[in-house]
Design a protein around this ligand. Structure first.
Ligand code: ATP
Ligand code: MG
Length: 230
């Protein structure tokens, strides 16, 4: 009875301008097969976040359509859309509340076992257990007692639990120490398995694990290839 997306994302004749402003993304087509991991790279202002926001329907295209499994996003029930497509931005890594609340935010009916299973899957369980109150430790938006890498792992556990067909990730720019970097990288690979992913990538290690790399410049995709091509 519940609709389940396969995760096939397609931009057809899409053009985008913010309300009353100049065209940011001139007309383009882009087909992302189900299951593909796409890294989006390009200099600041190139249009990476804008493109990503069209997939999460934060904005609708000015012309053309963005579709999921052949269905115009505008025709999808908001509930189906929210279940199928999850966007993880750097600003939304944490909310005020406990670690458990933060992991379960997209799935409030999740059991404690499901929460810990998601944390284990992305390698976050150990450090969470080590916090003063474990999963019940309060964190604030800025992280409070958790590091930048730990914040990312918590947000990855949240996304893993939500289990969307399409994951959009704006990768953090914060530099991590080498052990955290390795943890985050391993977590990312677990998180990307069996779903479509569009990652605004800031790390070379992330670009390296992508199936496809899109280079953007001034709102256009100027390169489209594998990491080896670049
Ligand atoms: P960064 O790497 O700095 O995050 P980006 O590639 O994500 O850059 P976008 O944020 O997509 O770039 O911005 C693309 C263009 O759209 C920029 O010229 C930016 O100034 C403009 N822009 C972004 N958000 C808005 C907005 N809300 N209203 C008007 N223009 C915007
Ligand atoms: Mg951006």
């Amino acid at each position: 009875d519940l609709w389940t997306s396969k995760g096939h994302v397609r931009f057809s004749d899409v053009e985008f301008a913010y309300a009353g402003d100049r065209v940011i993304l001139p007309t383009f087509d882009l087909d992302i097969p189900a299951g593909q991991t796409v890294a989006l790279v390009g200099s600041t202002g190139a249009g990476k976040s804008t493109l990503a926001k069209l997939v999460s329907r934060f904005y609708d295209p000015s012309t053309g359509e963005v579709s999921l499994d052949g269905i115009d996003l505008r025709s999808l029930h908001p509930k189906d859309l929210r279940r199928a497509i999850v966007m993880v931005t750097q600003e939304a890594y944490l909310f005020s509340g406990t670690v458990a609340d933060n992991i379960a935010i997209g799935k409030p009916d999740a059991s404690f076992d499901e929460i810990t299973a998601a944390a284990r899957a992305v390698g976050a369980h150990e450090f969470i257990e080590g916090l003063p109150n474990g999963y019940e430790t309060d964190v604030n938006k800025r992280g409070g007692r958790v590091s930048a890498g730990q914040r990312q792992l918590i947000s990855f556990a949240r996304a893993f639990l939500a289990d969307p067909a399409v994951l959009i990730l704006d990768e953090a720019t914060a530099s991590l120490d080498i052990p955290s970097e390795r943890l985050v990288q391993n977590a990312l690979q677990t998180l990307l398995a069996d779903r479509t992913a569009i990652i605004i990538a800031h790390r070379l290690s992330t670009v390296a694990i992508a199936d496809r790399v899109l280079v953007m410049e001034h709102g256009r995709i100027v390169e489209d290839g594998t990491p080896a091509d670049l």
